[in-house]
Design a protein around this ligand. Structure first.
Ligand code: MN
Length: 289
């Protein structure tokens, strides 16, 4: 059994483009390779978009060297990128974008949602790529709500949506470059659940809402991140209140991390190269409108 190593909390909310509030849950800038293969997690919202006729979100920007995974809980995001990938990500849908050698994209609230307004909540997770795949072809996986298996916990004590990896016979639709589980979990108050991963794997639990307990430790409060020990294979949590959590586990990528802004590579020279490539238009314009 893995034990709780420490809790990471960051209560400062900020804005990314027009998205606000945004909570920087964790980042490799603070936690380094402790959280590998995961790099960064932002919790966007919960918030309310006021109806507008102007498009809102984050305009064209590049990425290289990793993957971004956007999970939408409420609201609608429209995505367009330089590979021609794009579409609308609705509540329950997940976008798994592989920047790899380079992508330029735009992340906006959909036109419909912008005109209508309403509540929004989403998370964006950055996942590292092994050095061998960092300059591979970019790609885009649109994982709709109906493609993501939802595994019921015994006696209707909760549900586990398997976005990537495995849980109790449920197999996630995401194609990944390294072995990992990305699980979107609802657990009812008073109940426990166990998530299996490999001994030595990284294991993180982000609590979007509710209250959780690990073993005999102090409860984890909402918007806190639990970082589990590397030793041990399973993660056991008990919900003290009805809880929504993200369980992120996976094999470590033990390679140097060198990142700046929208690029995460292995060396500083590769970061300079990425800026040079963007400056000289080698990452390409966003396709379509
Ligand atoms: Mn982006």
């Amino acid at each position: 059994m893995k034990s709780l190593a420490f809790v990471q909390r960051n209560d400062t909310h900020f804005a990314v483009g027009d998205f606000s509030p945004v909570l920087s849950v964790f980042s490799y800038h603070d936690l380094g390779s402790t959280i590998t293969p995961f790099l960064l997690l932002d919790h966007i919202g919960p918030g309310r978009l006021i109806p507008s006729t102007r498009s809102k979100g984050v305009n064209e920007h590049p990425h290289r060297g990793f993957e971004t995974v956007t999970i939408v809980y409420e609201g609608e995001i429209e995505h367009r990128d330089s590979t021609g990938g794009g579409g609308i990500i609705r509540a329950g849908d997940v976008q798994w974008m592989t920047a790899a050698a380079g992508i330029v994209h735009r992340e906006l609230f959909s036109d419909d949602f912008t005109q209508r307004g309403g509540r929004f909540e989403m998370v964006q997770l950055w996942i590292n790529l092994p050095a061998a795949d960092k300059m591979g072809p970019p790609g885009y996986q649109s994982l709709t709500r109906t493609q993501i298996p939802s595994v019921g916990l015994p006696d209707a004590t909760g549900t586990v949506r398997v976005i990537a990896g495995q849980f109790e016979g449920g197999s996630g639709p995401a194609r990944t470059h390294t072995r990992m589980n990305v699980l979107d979990v609802c657990l009812h108050a008073g109940h426990a659940a166990t998530f299996s991963t490999g001994d030595g794997d990284t294991a993180l639990v982000y609590l979007l809402s509710g209250r959780l307990q690990f073993d005999q430790d102090e409860p984890l409060e909402a918007q806190g991140l639990a970082v589990l020990s590397q030793q041990g294979a399973d993660v056991m949590v008990r919900a003290l209140d009805n809880s929504r959590l993200l369980v992120l586990t996976g094999e470590r990528i033990d390679e140097p991390i060198n990142g700046h802004g929208p690029f995460v590579m292995n060396s500083y020279d590769e970061i300079l190269q990425a800026y040079d490539d963007v400056k000289n238009g080698r990452l390409g314009p966003v396709a379509g409108r």
